[in-house]
Design a protein around this ligand. Structure first.
Ligand code: ADP
Length: 308
């Protein structure tokens, strides 16, 4: 298998803040490689250093065998970069934008075919700023594909989308991978990482704290149980925190979510509820997910503002 991106000991500092701290990883040809982590973890900075849009302070980076700090122009011929809306002139039509961006490259592909593949052929004469959020994101994907790239970078592409448009964009990204283009993306949606990525790197405080397939990351939580329930009274957060087998407890959307270790954890929680004369409704044991992996690695939930 060919290595498309190779990063060794990459660091980037903004003043006193070490935003990327000695990160090493490789991305292989034909995979969807995802980076997840809380806001401010350093994902965008890391991606921008790899893209050559930001200058790294130290470490080595190779993209398609080239150094983005030296060969940015050549790399940009062969990779797809996702643009922000602000990069487009105002009141530009979809077809005009694709024509314009195609003119920037030596060997542009057939953008009309790309529009068809993305289900946008009827929008060729529509103004970009009149499209729905999902359609606009697909236009940005089409723009990132105008040069038939070997690798595309996608940063938080589904953040502003409703669930239906998000699923449509996932299908598009899978098709891009299935057509042989490597995809390097960042997301803060765990479900997106779980459903879409072949391998996931977890980033926290500028460091890479885990890297594996989703299945392997979740299997690494062997022996952890996640219980969710509602109670007919004050949620017994403090009492649960006294249980030695508890890893973490929080309230989420009106439910108590308790994670713990050991085969007797569920029994201990039920026993405690009974002692407190609380009736648990809808008591469920759930499959762990990537959020649980993050919690297990860091002791903190990944989402901002969560907790009790
Ligand atoms: P993420 O993409 O994971 O949310 P970022 O790479 O955007 O993380 O940010 C990492 C850290 O660097 C954050 O603390 C952020 O505030 C800081 N940061 C990002 N860009 C800049 C910048 N241009 N100047 C100074 N600090 C920055």
């Amino acid at each position: 298998m060919n290595t498309v991106i190779r990063c060794q000991d990459l660091s980037k500092r903004y003043g006193d803040l070490l935003a990327v701290d000695g990160v090493s990883f490789e991305v292989q040809q034909g995979e969807i490689f995802g980076m997840i982590g809380p806001n401010g973890a350093g994902k965008s900075t890391l991606m921008e250093c790899v893209e050559g849009l930001r200058t790294r302070d130290s470490g080595t980076v190779e993209v398609l065998g080239m150094d983005p700090a030296k060969d940015a122009a050549e790399i940009h011929e062969r990779v797809g970069l996702q643009l922000q809306t602000s990069a487009l002139p105002p009141r530009i039509k979809v077809g005009e934008a694709l024509q314009l961006f195609s003119s920037f490259y030596r060997n542009p592909g057939d953008w009309r075919k790309t529009l068809r593949d993305l289900g946008l052929d009827e929008k060729v004469n529509s103004y970009v700023d009149k499209l729905s959020g999902g359609q606009r994101q697909r236009v940005f994907i089409a723009l990132a594909l105008v040069n038939n790239p070997e690798l595309i970078f996608v940063d938080e592409i589904t953040t502003a989308l409703d669930p239906q448009s998000r699923h449509a964009v996932w299908d598009v990204i899978r098709d891009i991978r299935d057509n042989g283009t490597t995809v390097f993306l960042t997301t803060h949606f765990m479900e997106e990482a779980e459903r879409l990525c072949d391998r996931v790197a977890i980033v926290d405080h500028g460091r890479l704290i885990a890297l594996d397939t989703v299945t392997n990351l979740i299997n690494s939580l062997d022996g952890e149980t996640k219980l969710t329930f509602t109670v007919n009274g004050r949620p017994p957060i403090r009492e649960l925190q006294q249980l030695p087998s508890l890893i973490h407890v929080e309230r989420s959307e009106g439910r108590v979510v308790a994670r713990g270790k050991g085969r007797t954890f569920a029994q201990e929680v039920m026993g405690m509820l009974a002692d407190l004369q609380l009736v648990a409704e809808d008591f469920r044991s759930e499959q762990p997910n990537l959020e649980d992996v993050f919690l297990s690695l860091t002791g903190r939930p990944m989402r901002e503002g969560s907790g009790q």
